[in-house]
Design a protein around this ligand. Structure first.
Ligand code: SF4
Length: 441
């Protein structure tokens, strides 16, 4: 095994999956930096390669297995340590090393915080194990190097949706200390961060007791918008329809800091399937919630997740889902087919839908959403919007790419000096999921 205690050590991290993984990668990068490691610009020369993995679907894990094969070959060319971190490490533990013996470390979700200290202070073993599965938030995620930051507020989930591995690999819900969140947001604001996204598997069930008073998610959100050192745009991910309260709707409606974009995964339009998914709400509840949101926030952008081809799904269930989509008219939807991970309740459910049929049904859903998105976006041409510029456009260095608070992509004339700045633009045309716009004074 490579000696990780040498000087001038460098690392390379590949991150897969959700925003929480991205936030945790930032934290690990920071910890490695504090311990004297430098970030390499390629895995080909790094002394330590970390794969921060995802187990959301079996295709996600297959992709990681493919990358492990690549790194096994790379080990023949130069010496480095290979670490697998995150949900797949938590789910498979030592089994991963049986599959790929060239792995040097397996770091579960509860060891991400201590791994770096371990690496610099202890004698490395294959699996960094701790008895406790208690999740401890770091004081800071240290992500103030960009104009945009991810701020975890919760970890884990108590909901046990039948297709989801999260409660098993990230454990039960833990809410982060409210003052620590507030301090982190304050420090991000002072450093000039323009947008933060508050993260949790189900942010709506945030609860933290401070001085005998329980603080809920809407109260946390309100507090962050009112503090002196606030960040101009706040987003949050992800919400569960059963926990989305009218108090939260009021907070979003009542200020200009929380972006008017709500991602509210419906997953399906059939009560039968929602029940098999253990989602704990009905389509009627969901539609009522959407109606309540639209009454209070008329210009809101609503996006969703839709899971197609769940065991037992019929053509009637698909028709119900399409009806719901037509009624809600989501601005966009992340659509995917059932592709389960071992260890979830749905993995062993009867009534599996053949893959070809899943793809056929998914195509219908994608086409419908594509049409709805196009209609909504074309109706917005001529609007003036504030955008946060995030990069140069891929097609031209004379153009920049930004996002509106509704999370719409906009391209307009500009240069790198605009990156990280707000600009006001007029939306001129729409194609390929992106608006073309002109800057206005
Ligand atoms: S709410 Fe359901 S889908 Fe979301 S993380 Fe929890 S168990 Fe998974």
């Amino acid at each position: 095994m490579h000696n990780p205690h040498t000087k001038n050590r460098s690392f390379w991290i590949e991150t897969y999956g959700c925003q929480m993984n991205k936030a945790e990668t930032t934290f690990v990068e920071r910890e490695l930096g504090l311990a004297g490691w430098t970030q390499d610009d390629s895995s080909r020369d790094a002394d330590l390669v970390i794969l921060n993995t995802c187990s959301v679907r079996s295709t996600a894990e297959q992709r990681i297995i493919g990358r492990l094969g690549y790194y096994k070959t790379l080990k023949k060319e130069h010496t480095f340590d290979l670490a697998v971190m995150g949900c797949m490490a938590e789910r498979m533990k030592e089994e991963l090393v049986d599959i790929e013996p060239s792995i040097d470390f397996v770091i579960g979700n509860f060891q991400k915080g201590t791994f770096v200290r371990y690496l610099t202070g202890g004698s490395p073993e294959k699996y960094v194990s701790e008895d406790s599965r208690t999740f401890v938030f770091p004081d800071t995620y240290g992500n103030e190097t960009s104009f945009r930051a991810l701020v975890p507020v919760m970890h884990g989930c108590d909901n046990f949706c039948s297709y989801c591995i999260v409660p098993y690999v990230r454990g039960r819900e833990v809410s982060r200390n409210c003052s620590h969140i507030s301090d982190e947001v304050g420090s991000l604001s002072i450093k000039g961060v323009k947008e933060i996204t508050l993260l949790g598997q189900n942010v709506n069930s945030y609860r933290f007791s401070e001085g005998g008073i329980e603080i809920t998610f809407p109260q946390l959100l309100k507090k962050l918008t009112l503090q002196d050192t606030y960040v101009p745009w706040i987003r949050f991910l992800t919400s569960h329809p059963k926990d989305f309260s009218s108090e939260l709707i009021d907070v979003i409606a009542g200020n200009n800091v929380v972006c008017k974009h709500i991602h509210l995964p419906v997953q399906h339009g059939s009560n039968e399937i929602l029940n098999r998914m253990n989602r704990k709400y009905t389509r009627e509840h969901y539609l009522q919630l959407i109606s309540n949101i639209r009454k209070r926030i008329p210009d809101v952008s609503l996006t969703t997740d839709i899971l197609i081809g769940f065991p037992g799904e019929t053509e009637k269930d698909i028709a119900l889902t399409m009806d719901l989509m037509k009624e809600v008219r989501f601005q966009d939807a992340f659509t995917y087919y059932f592709n389960p991970i071992e260890g979830t309740a749905a993995y062993t459910m009867s009534g599996r839908i053949p893959h070809d049929e899943q793809i056929k049904r998914l195509s219908k859903i994608i086409e419908l959403q594509h049409n709805i998105t196009g209609e909504i976006q074309r109706s917005r041409i001529g609007r003036k919007e504030k955008v946060l510029v995030e990069s140069l456009s891929k097609k031209s260095v004379k153009e920049v790419l930004g996002r509106t608070e509704r999370n719409e992509m906009v391209v307009f004339t500009g240069d790198s000096s605009c990156i990280g700045e707000f600009r006001t633009v007029e939306l001129m045309s729409y194609s390929g999921n992106t608006f073309r716009a002109e800057e206005v004074a």
